[in-house]
Design a protein around this ligand. Structure first.
Ligand code: SF4
Length: 278
């Protein structure tokens, strides 16, 4: 079983067929998506330093995630905010990996909670459509669930290794990755399991999660906020929607196209190859 990206699950709530075509034929990056990535990167650079690394092996990939959890939780402790925090968790035995746009301390009077913040960018100044908001709210809920699960120690070291198909007794960090960090690979391999343990311990120490998730939309042209909403994590809805979404990843059913909202097809990068519109 591979790891399912949280962002791909969220996109299923826009159009699952699109997710399927992206997997089969590759990503089609629109100018809006490219600009969105640039804005997210600059938001990260506002509060963090980014060190480029060369990732070659599954252990390299996991090491980056573990490192970013340790650094992110440390930053949150000092500043009350961190961005692009990785979360690795399970839902119905499926491993899911996501990167939370932001978590921020919220509250007053000495009682603080951790709030999940999902930031979206838009090419136009118009408010997002209800379909867009629904899909983005699901994404916020996936991150909320993932962080909540990590805070309550919902994943073990063995499971983390198994998600990346790594044998804890034979960890292989590439020389390219070790060189990009300027640390010998043997040292990274020697501290690997301890680092995973530290990451899981530190993330579990975060203040309790607020039930309220913040969703905001930024205009790509000027960076101004054009819409925001706070909503509660809804366990019943989440369970039901996730079961539906994961049935696709578990091969229990084929991908389904949009049904009611056929207007989405007009803006879809895959409309020329989509079997549902031919
Ligand atoms: S063309 Fe329509 S149904 Fe097909 S992938 Fe795109 S949005 Fe989905």
């Amino acid at each position: 079983m591979t790891i399912v990206p949280a962002s791909s699950i969220a996109r299923q709530f826009w159009c699952e067929m699109q997710v399927d075509l992206r997997r089969k034929y590759g990503d089609v990056r629109t100018p809006e998506m490219k600009r969105g990535s640039e804005i997210h990167e600059s938001l990260l650079l506002e509060i963090s330093e980014v060190i480029p690394v060369r990732v070659e092996t599954p252990a390299d990939k996991l090491h980056v995630i573990v490192h970013n959890i340790i650094v992110g939780t440390e930053q949150y402790k000092r500043k009350g905010i961190t961005r692009e925090l990785p979360v690795l968790f399970k839902f119905d035995h499926v491993f899911i990996l996501g990167f939370i746009d932001e978590i921020a301390k919220t509250g007053r009077g000495g009682i603080y909670l951790t709030q999940v913040v999902e930031t979206k960018t838009r090419m136009t100044k118009r408010h997002p459509s209800p379909s867009q908001v629904y899909c983005d709210k699901m994404q916020g809920m996936i991150y909320w669930y993932g962080l909540s699960s990590m805070i309550s120690r919902g994943i073990s070291i063995e499971e983390v290794c198994s998600a990346f198909e790594i044998d804890p007794n034979r960890i292989s960090i590439s020389e390219e990755y070790a060189m990009s960090l300027g640390i010998p690979s043997a040292f990274l391999e020697g501290t690997f399991i301890m680092d995973i343990k530290t990451a899981l311990k530190e993330i579990a120490k975060l203040p309790k999660l607020s039930n309220k998730i913040k969703l905001k939309y930024i205009y790509q042209g000027t960076g101004e906020e054009i819409y925001r909403e706070e909503y509660e994590f809804n366990h019943k809805l989440f369970d039901q929607k996730m079961k539906w979404a994961l049935d696709y990843w578990l091969g229990r059913r084929d991908a389904v196209p949009v049904r009611k909202n056929r207007w989405k097809c007009k803006f879809c990068s895959y409309k020329n190859i989509c079997p549902a519109v031919r």
